[in-house]
Design a protein around this ligand. Structure first.
Ligand code: ZN
Ligand code: FE
Ligand code: FE
Ligand code: ZN
Length: 264
């Protein structure tokens, strides 16, 4: 089994289960390592219903740290940070003040629209789909070089509900962002949550993963579990996708440093 680097907990208000419950499933399924990467608090009022409050942050730390006993699975402390216009002001000092093993950076919202939120799905009907993808990759490219995070979360999240321009357009829009991800030596995750969504496809697509491989961008694996039973969700498919793209190794993290391991 592979490490799972993307787990949420009930603290984020749209997941269920304590950290202990996720660890129990990981143990039962034989995962060597897991990283808790719950949605980090945000004092700017960014998407407030999808995250813990600043006051709850120490609870989260405590809940994860007390699982860090010797033995399998190893438990890493992480977070999923949101990239948005102006996020550095809060994120840079916040990230520096906590001893993370790994930090995922994700874009879930463009302006006031959280495009992956089922409650805001109807807005897709009123937008130019290609324009959304363009804005998404422009924002991602801008943040890739910021040095804020270690891993880019769900690289092609705008496809979640099936809104996607043709492959040639996605390729053209994604390439500058991928160039910056490569230059910043960021890792991207192979995230199996997409298989549980209307698009029914892993993030990123095989096409985008091939472009990442060409640029020697490193990978890790994440289920983006929002329920304990989702730990390690369909990692067989994730491993297959990675190998088909030509990957022979993935990376693990500790204290925000990555080391490579060979794929099984
Ligand atoms: Zn979530
Ligand atoms: Fe996310
Ligand atoms: Fe997540
Ligand atoms: Zn996520």
């Amino acid at each position: 089994m592979l490490p799972d680097y993307h787990l949420h907990t009930s603290l984020c208000r749209h997941a269920t289960g304590t950290a202990r419950a996720y660890k129990a499933v990981a143990q039962r399924r034989g995962l060597p390592e897991i990283a808790f990467t719950d949605h980090m608090p945000n004092p700017d009022g960014h998407d407030p219903d999808q995250r813990m409050t600043l006051e709850e942050w120490s609870l989260y730390q405590q809940m994860v740290m007390e699982l860090q006993a010797p033995g399998a699975p190893r438990v890493l402390f992480g977070g999923e940070a949101d990239y948005y216009e102006g996020c550095e002001r809060f994120l840079r000092p916040f990230l520096a003040s906590t001893a993370f093993d790994v930090v995922i950076g994700s874009i879930h919202c463009l302006g006031d629209w959280c495009f992956d939120n089922p409650a805001e799905l109807q807005r897709w009907a009123a937008v130019d789909v290609e324009g959304v993808w363009r804005a998404y990759f422009e924002l991602l490219g801008r943040f890739a070089g910021s040095g804020l995070v270690d891993v880019v979360g769900h690289l092609d999240l705008p496809k979640k509900f099936g809104h996607r321009p043709g492959d040639h357009i996605v390729r053209e829009l994604a390439q500058p962002a991928l160039d910056r991800i490569a230059a910043a030596e960021l890792c991207i995750e192979i995230n199996t949550a997409g298989l549980r969504k209307p698009v029914q496809e892993i993030y990123p697509s095989a096409m985008l993963l091939a472009l990442a491989r060409e640029r020697n961008i490193s990978i890790c694996f994440g289920s983006d579990a929002h329920r304990p039973e989702e730990v390690g969700y369909n990692f067989e498919a994730a491993l297959r996708l990675a190998k088909e793209a030509g990957y022979t190794e993935a990376v693990r993290f500790a204290a925000r440093r990555k080391t490579a391991y060979p794929l099984p």
